[in-house]
Structures are given as C-alpha cells and as structure tokens.
Design a protein around this ligand. Sequence first.
Ligand SMILES: [Zn+2]
Length: 452
Amino acid sequence: MAVRVTSGQRRRCFGLLRSAGDVWACVLEVNGWRRRRQDAPLTGYQALCRELSGSGPGTFGELDSVGARSVLRRFSDAWFAAAKARKDGDLSARFPRRRRALMPVRWHHGTFTLDGRRVRIPTAQGASPLWLRLAREVPYPVEQVRSVTLLCEGGRLFLDITAEVPVAVYPPGEGPDPGRVAGVDLGIIHPYAVAGPDGEGMLVSGRAIRAEHRMHLADTKARRRAVARRAPKPGQRGSRRWRKYRRRARLVEGRHRRRVRQAQHEAARQVVSWAVEQRVGVLRVGDPRGVLDIDAGRRHNLRLRQWQIGRLMQVLTDKAVQAGITVDPVNERGTSSTCPACLRRVPKPRGRTLSCPHCQFIGHRDLVAAAIIATRIPGGGPTTSAAVVLPEVVTHRRAGRHLPGAGQSRRDPRRPHRVARGSVGLRRPAPPPGGESLASTARIHNGASEAR
Ligand SMILES: [Zn+2]
C-alpha cells in the first residue's frame, strides 16, 4: 500500500530504511572480521540478536529493536536458505554479501497501531511517535493483520501489509472438488492457458502486457539516447538536469512495474474465478523454470525475463490457495511439442496453432499444452500416457485492459496482418454479471485456432 507522507515523515521513514541498511551492513562486516579470524560466522537469529543488544541503544538512529531484529531475521533466513541450497548441490546459491543503502523493515503484530487509514510505526525510545497515512483503507480487519513492512520502491514509500486471511468456505456440494483437475500452461502471449475437465478451457491474453513492455523499452531507449551526451563521467558529479532525468526515469520505471503487476494479478484472478466456477479442486501448473537457465540470446533473454514466471506462479498460487484450490507444479517438458492425439513429438510451432505432421491433428498450442499438463503427475517424469481431454468450449479473457494502448491495435505494426483465422461459429453472449464487457466465449472445434 502506498503511504501519504509529509516531507518530515518521509525523511524519518528513509532514516529508518537507511538505519536498517546499516544493520545489514554491520552483520556483513562482523562476519567479514570473523572469517578473517577463521571463526564460525554469526548466522543464528538468537546470536545476532545478542550482538544487537550488545551494541546498545542509539546505534541505529530511530530504528527500534523490533525493526532491527527483522533485518537480522532476514539475514539469518537468507544465509540458511543459501546454505541449504548449496548443501543440496546448487553451487550458484550465494550467501548474503551485498550491502544495500535501504533495507525493508518489518514490525510484527502488537508493535504497531493500525487506526483506520493511519498507522503508527514504532521508533526507538525517546523518538517522537511516527504516524503515517495510507493511501486507502486496509481491506482486512485489524485483528487479522500480522505484520507491516516499510519499504521503498522506485523512490516511493510503501507499506506491505501481511494479514491472515481465511480460506474461502463454500456451501456443501459447491466447493472445489479435488477430483476435478485442470492443467495450466504459463506463457508469454497467454500468461495462463487452462484446460479443465469436461472439455472446458480458458485463455487469458497477455498481449496488452507485452505491448506495455515493448512501449516501455522503446521509451527508455529513446530517453537514454537523448541524454547520453549529458551523462556524468565516472567520478564526476551529475548536473541538476541529470539528476532530474534520473528521477524521471525512476518514476517511469516504477509506473511500468506497477502496471505489469496489476495486469498479472488480474490475469490470475480470472483463472481462479473460472476454476471456482468450474469446481476445479487441483490446478496442475507446468513449471518451466528450467528454460530460464538456458542462454537464449539477447532478445529472447529479455523476453524471458519480462515474462516473470516466478511471479505468475506466485500470484496464481496465492489466489488459488485462498479459494481452497490446490496448486501442484508438474514437469512441463515437451508439453508444447507433443501431439495430444498420437502422443508423438511434433516440431515446435511458430504461431499459436499446433499441427501434427503424423496424424493431421490441428489445435491451439497453449490449450494443447495445458491439456497435456493436466495429465502429468506431480513428481512424475515428462511422459504423457493418460488420455488427454482437449478443451472444446474456451473462455477468452484479457489481462491488462486498463493499460494505455490496450484498446488500440493489438497487432504488431512490423508484421503483416494475417487474415486467415480458424475459428468457427464465434458466439458472443451477453457479458456475464461482474462487468466483464470485453469477455467473449468462443466455441471452437477440436481446439482450433483462437479468434485472434
Ligand atoms: Zn498427431
């Protein structure tokens, strides 16, 4: 949640974040000394807390001991996570070693006060109380809020609010059924393609997100070119004009990130609402994170990074768990290059349509992949043997409808317009209640090509 602050409050908040950065730097420093003395590193939370209380009050400005301990907790958790990953053979996992000027600070339940839109952040003894105003009401009852975290992103202050939210309850016979399984394929053009039981499917289009990425990249490049001449040399102090440019760049970057995140949340929400409607109890998600380790060249690497696959999985899991739906990651190897009819490998399709050279099967590539993912078993291998249920009735949704440019031509102007479309009998019913005005339901044969 964004916070509304006066300049004085802003200065104090940044003081807290900077002090937290100092705590982090101190832990790194202490461990550096210990390493040089060949002592065991100080990593346990308790031991770190003892060290902190030994430093005495006032060492870290206005930061109170609860806030400082949250930084120690973060260090300890990061250290043990890295140690575990390294023990399991992942040598790319690194121990925390980088200093950061600003570090998020967390306060747990009972240390802060939440009063409507106002929050009191605890500060060190002797400092005057720090009240912040939130941009909107906290959507949870006060007693459910477990912790608040102060952080800075793109030059703006935010308060992360963690609350304990109950899992949705349904009337008997209407809740998610664990026997009903749907497969989810994560993608770039379609962030989520879902194949459910009974031949129902869903496609969420992410073209607006991709357009937002493209426009942002073009914009950033143009702006960089324009100011490259004025960039300060290493060691030189930037001019006022340069600092203004940097400020503007941070602002634009932050706005871009918020837009994409909003669109991703909308997409996940649509999938989960659909799954609840279909009474799907288990979502099997193809986990393609293996592809991120492969170097795919400059352009494609950027595309993969913008995809933010971890975030897509995270938001879907969060929303699904809250709705009482289980999410199982499964091996997705070969799901987009296997024919669902004859189960033979087919060359990876370039467009959205998968056509099998062995048995003349034609279908939508992402929906086919989702249908195959639905048959995979968590922890099982990348083989497909069970009968694949292809979606016949597909619900189309769009993510990021609010994005600027989303309503304009969604066609890439550099590519020729393709007229051929395989959709048959396109049906546009009245929009369902809830205001999904742009939604449409298309009946497609044999999973044939989507409308666009
Ligand atoms: Zn085939």
